[in-house]
Design a protein around this ligand. Structure first.
Ligand SMILES: [Fe+2]
Length: 227
């Protein structure tokens, strides 16, 4: 009996000490195969984008964060204070966070229209799903050069659309309109050039076929709970 109690205690202590360690974000596997989003996002783009571009942001984030307390309170929290950290962390931690979100808000055999609370909030903020898509496309097309288009949750629980340059995102305290991003679209040329060349609009239109609305809804619920 004593031996069992000792083992239980040891297991509990091990769990506690693991939890107390600083959270180093993982380079999570892509949640589907490279060719899973065809024909909307081509296999070669997915492979290069995930394995090379995202991987480089991740590796460079760890390098830039090494020896600092940057990741200790978690990546999302760290991004809210990014203005106090070196430029390399803004670019690479932003790059890692943004791509990790991007992979997860897409899925094969997805698309369609959002349901439930997300649909209600979209209708409240933008009048209709069609108008939301128009406004999102305008933000994604209007981003000059490289960046992202976002659907975000405001501090009052409402939704808004914004876009950011480079690897910035709306969590960062760098002059963007701040909010919690629940859907993001990468509009860097590396995200679409092989298939769409300079036709960013075609890439944006195709994106709606792969949006994983149940995942966006989960992110909405988490954001509302955090507000
Ligand atoms: Fe990208």
């Amino acid at each position: 009996m004593r031996k069992v109690l000792f083992l239980v205690l040891a297991a509990l202590l091990a769990t506690t000490s693991l939890q107390a360690q600083p959270a180093v974000p993982e380079f999570a596997p892509l949640p589907y195969a490279f060719d899973a989003l065809e024909p909307y996002i081509d296999t070669q783009t997915m492979e290069i984008h995930y394995s090379r571009h995202h991987r480089a942001y991740y590796d460079n984030m760890l390098k830039a964060a090494s020896g600092s307390a940057f990741l200790e309170r978690g990546l999302q929290e760290a991004l809210t204070e990014i203005a106090s950290w070196p430029e390399a962390l803004r670019n690479n931690a932003g790059g890692h966070f943004n791509h990790d979100l991007f992979w997860r808000v897409m899925a094969p055999r997805a698309g369609g229209e959002p349901q439930g609370k997300l649909a209600e909030k979209i209708n409240t903020a933008f009048e209709s799903f069609e108008k939301f898509k128009e406004e999102f496309k305008k933000a994604a097309l209007g981003r000059f050069g490289s960046g992202w288009a976002w659907l975000c949750v405001d501090t009052d629980g409402g939704l808004f659309i914004t876009s950011t340059a480079n690897q910035d995102n709306p969590l960062m305290n760098v002059g963007n309109r701040k909010g919690i991003p629940i859907l993001g679209l990468d509009v860097w040329e590396h995200a679409y050039y092989l298939k769409y060349q300079n036709q960013r609009g075609g890439y944006i239109d195709a994106f709606w076929n792969v949006v994983n609305w149940p995942e966006v809804t989960l992110r909405l619920e988490r954001a509302l709970a955090a507000n």
